[in-house]
Every structure is written in C-alpha cells, then in structure tokens.
Design a protein around this ligand. Structure first.
Ligand code: ATP
Ligand code: MG
Length: 450
C-alpha cells in the first residue's frame, strides 16, 4: 500500500493491488501450499520438494506466491537469488544466465557475513593469509579470479559457503516458460549436479504457465526440472475470496456491507487477479474508507473488472496460442459452448489424431475442460471473448469502450496489439515457433544467430 502525501490530491491509499507481480496485502488460500513447500525446503536436498515448480494460468498468483516464499526464506536467514527467465525486452538486461552471473557477483555485498569474496565482480580479488615456513615469515596474497570460475563453480562455491554457515541458498526463476531452451538446459544441468549429486543446499523454485507441462517439462535434457515437484495453483474458493476482500478492506480501516461482500466474493470466481481488481474498483467507487462499500459500488466494480480481466488476461491468453488452437476454441463456441472432440475435429477440418493433440495442449494449459467426453471452455478465455475476437466484427455489448459510462473512471488501457509471432507448435522440438508470423521456410524454436 502506498503511504505518505503525494501532493497530487486527497486520495487515500487503496489497499488492493490490481497489477501483476504485486504482493497482495493479504495472501489467501495458499497456506497448504506454503506449508508443503516449506517442509520440503526445510528437509533439504534429499527432498523432492527442494526443487519445485509452481504452475498456473495468467493471474493465478504464481509471482505473489514466489515472493512470499522468498520473503519467508530470507526471514529464516537463507540466501535468496530471485530471477526472471524472460528477457523483458531490455537488451542490456542480458539473458537468464548473464543475470544469474551478475547476481552472483553482487552477492558478497548482500551477504558479507558469508565470506564469499571470491564471487565479487569479475576482477581479481585478493585475500591475505599469514604463513610461517622455517625461518621465513611473512604475508602471502592468494588471488582468485572469479571470472575464471564458471557458473557451476560459482554456484557450488556459494552453496558450500552457505552450508558452512548452516544455511541454504534459494534460487527462484519466474516466467520459466519463456526461458531460452539452451540456457534452461544449462542451468538445470548445473542444479542437477549441485543439488542432486553433491547434495549441497541450493534449493530451486520455478514458476510459469501451465504450458510448461508439454514444453520444458517434457524436455529429456532437463531431467532436473522433470523430477522436481510440481504444484498447480488452485483457484481461490469462496471462503478465501471472502477473507481476502474482508481483511484487506478492514485492515485499511474500510467497511463493506455483508451483501456487498458476498456479491464481490462470488464474482471473484477463483481468480486472485479478479479479487484484486474488484476490490480496487469497489474501494475507489465507494470512496472508501470515507464511506462504506455497498452493493451498488460492488456491482459497478464487477462490471468494470470484467473488462479489465478481458484486456489483461483473456485476450493475451487467446493470443498466447496458435491460430489452429484458436480455431479449436472458436469451434467449441460455434457448436454451442460444449462439444465432442469428433464434432470439433470436423469443424476445424483436422484428423482425429491432430484434434487430439490440439485438445491435449489446450487442456493442459487450462483453456478447456473435459467432462463426460464433452469439451467446454474455462474462464481463461470465455465464450464471449472468443466470440468478440474471432467470430464477430467488433461490437461492444458490455459498453466497455464507451466514454460516458463508469468504465471511463477506470478504463482499462488498450493492449498493444499481440506480437505477430508464428507460435506454431513443433511436436518434435516440443516448442513453439519463435519467428515472425508469415515467415519464409520452416518453423524454428530459436531465432537465427542466437
Ligand atoms: N493468494 C492470493 N491472495 C490474494 N491476492 C493474490 C493472491 N495471489 C495473487 N494475488 C494478486 O493477484 C494478482 C495476480 O497475481 P500474480 O501477478 O502473482 O499472478 P501470476 O500468476 O504471476 O500472473 P502472470 O502469469 O501474468 O505472471 C496480483 O494483483 C496479486 O497481488
Ligand atoms: Mg507472474
């Protein structure tokens, strides 16, 4: 929550955090996961949970959970290194391995008590040691060139130092699904060596989208990741949503009526992101904490939240998948929102085996449900969004785009157009094509020259 007077007006700080990667004021519905992962970390390298992967759809709370684990580990005296596998579009930031090297070179400053001078920077570091040898007596300087240590040696060196001080290292990598395959393989190999073979206290927690189940977690050259414990982030249940909304509001000295709270918690429908957006808008619309949050404010907030979730979650998720996969979703909608695989296959003109493979990917990634041999859509890309984006010319039945309704108060920013990347699925490489849409020649999992 922001504090202090900004000088921009009278606004009171809003306790909700409707942005991705933000730590919520109240993290709800994650106690079981936290205690299970915590137990694994405390047990040590022999426990499978010492290397764990958090998976979930966009906005399911992976980063928030990762942050919480990091904070708890740091509070227990662990050395924490936190990384993001995506390049973030900043060329100067470097890739995952470069960022890990850079973090390691600063770690001696962050943990001076560990006595890990040899990791400092790329420069020659000196250490003086007194020695006595016969009549000679004097001072000798051992020099270590940290640049001469490769990444595995540096991680080993740090883990050994942590072990000496009876602590452990926690390496976290967010957005794991976006990582460059060869870098992830290299890192997985080093971790395998250090944690599994040498049993040094270097724990790993990765987080990313569910599609990892059929991409990097099926990569035979990453057995370390394959063997790690996998956690699928559960949806928040109604009680979690009630608690999350109520406590966040009350902790910030706000109030909400019971019927308004029940309406808001029902509308959360399992999504932590939606909880934050609804809470944020309701707080603002009601002018809390000056006024009590009532049903009118919540109903308007729920309407606005639908548009925000559409822009920030549903549409990006629709463009995360291939054109053929989008056609599959569109066929489900055309067939009345529920359909058999055979009917879908016929509609998209694909063979049963291709249809089955498309279905498998969409099912694993959380886009479709499959019950009683019937395919349905999930909340990740609901039928209304498929219809708006793929089946009908743009119209605005909910009025999210109009300027004279409430959405204007908190109008979602228009998203930049999705990057025109091919993203066609390559079954043998277990990867998606990274070339531009409409590229010449065969699909590739790596940009030429990388
Ligand atoms: N357990 C939770 N309780 C309450 N709010 C939560 C919880 N988990 C996450 N949030 C909130 O939900 C929003 C989305 O969370 P987060 O950014 O962690 O999702 P994510 O899964 O990492 O999304 P992405 O796939 O886009 O990276 C944030 O505003 C965060 O504060
Ligand atoms: Mg995240």
């Amino acid at each position: 929550m922001s504090v202090g007077n900004t000088g921009l007006g009278q606004g009171k700080p809003n306790p909700f955090s409707p942005g991705f990667g933000k730590t919520p004021e109240r993290l709800v519905g994650r106690d079981d996961l936290l205690s299970d992962i915590g137990e694994g970390l405390a047990t040590g390298p022999r426990d499978e949970r010492f290397a764990s992967i958090l998976m979930g759809v966009r906005g399911s709370g992976k980063t928030a959970l990762l942050n919480e684990i990091e904070q708890r580990a740091a509070a227990d005296g662990w050395v924490v290194i936190s990384l993001d596998a995506s390049s973030g579009g900043d060329l100067h930031e470097g890739d995952l391995l470069a960022r890990l090297r850079s973090e390691l070179s600063h770690i001696a400053d962050r943990y001076p008590a560990l006595d890990i001078e040899e990791l400092r920077g790329e420069q020659q570091t000196g250490r003086s040691a007194g020695f006595k040898l016969g009549p000679l007596q004097g001072q000798r300087t051992e020099t270590h060139n940290s640049a001469a240590m490769n990444l595995r040696q540096r991680l080993t060196y740090l883990s050994e130092a942590a072990q000496r001080y009876r602590t452990s290292v926690l390496l976290t990598v967010d957005e794991l699904h976006t990582g460059q395959r060869d870098h992830l393989r290299r890192l997985a190999n080093d971790l395998q060596h250090i944690t599994s073979r040498a049993e040094l206290p270097l724990a790993f927690i990765g987080a990313g989208l569910l599609e990892m189940q059929y991409t990097i977690l099926q990569d035979k050259k990453m057995t370390f990741l394959q063997r790690s414990e996998r956690y699928k982030l559960p949806e928040l249940d109604y009680t979690d949503a009630l608690a999350g909304l109520r406590h966040t509001i009350n902790d910030a000295h706000g109030e909400i009526t019971e019927p308004a709270l029940r309406t808001a918690a029902t509308a959360v429908n399992g999504s932590p992101y939606r909880l934050q957006v609804i809470g944020h808008r309701a707080w603002k619309l009601a002018d809390a904490p000056n006024r009590i949050i009532d049903e009118t404010a919540v109903e308007q907030a729920v309407d606005i939240a639908r548009g925000v979730v559409k822009q920030k979650v549903n549409i990006p998720a629709l463009y995360d998948i291939t054109a053929t996969e989008r056609q599959y979703l569109s066929a489900v909608v055309q067939l009345g929102a529920y359909a058999s695989k055979a009917e879908i296959g016929k509609t998209i003109k694909k063979s049963p085996s291709t249809t089955k493979e498309i279905h498998r990917r969409l099912f694993l990634s959380g886009y479709v449900t499959y019950r009683n041999e019937t395919v349905g859509l999930t909340d990740l890309v609901p039928a209304s969004v498929v219809r708006d984006e793929m089946l009908e010319p743009f119209d605005d039945p909910d009025g999210f785009g109009s300027s004279n309704d409430l959405s204007a108060v908190d109008a979602p920013q228009p998203l930049p157009l999705p990057l025109p990347i091919c993203r066609e699925w390559m079954p043998r490489a277990k990867a998606r094509c990274v070339l531009n849409h409409g590229h010449q020649g065969a699909c590739r999992s790596k940009k030429p020259g990388r």
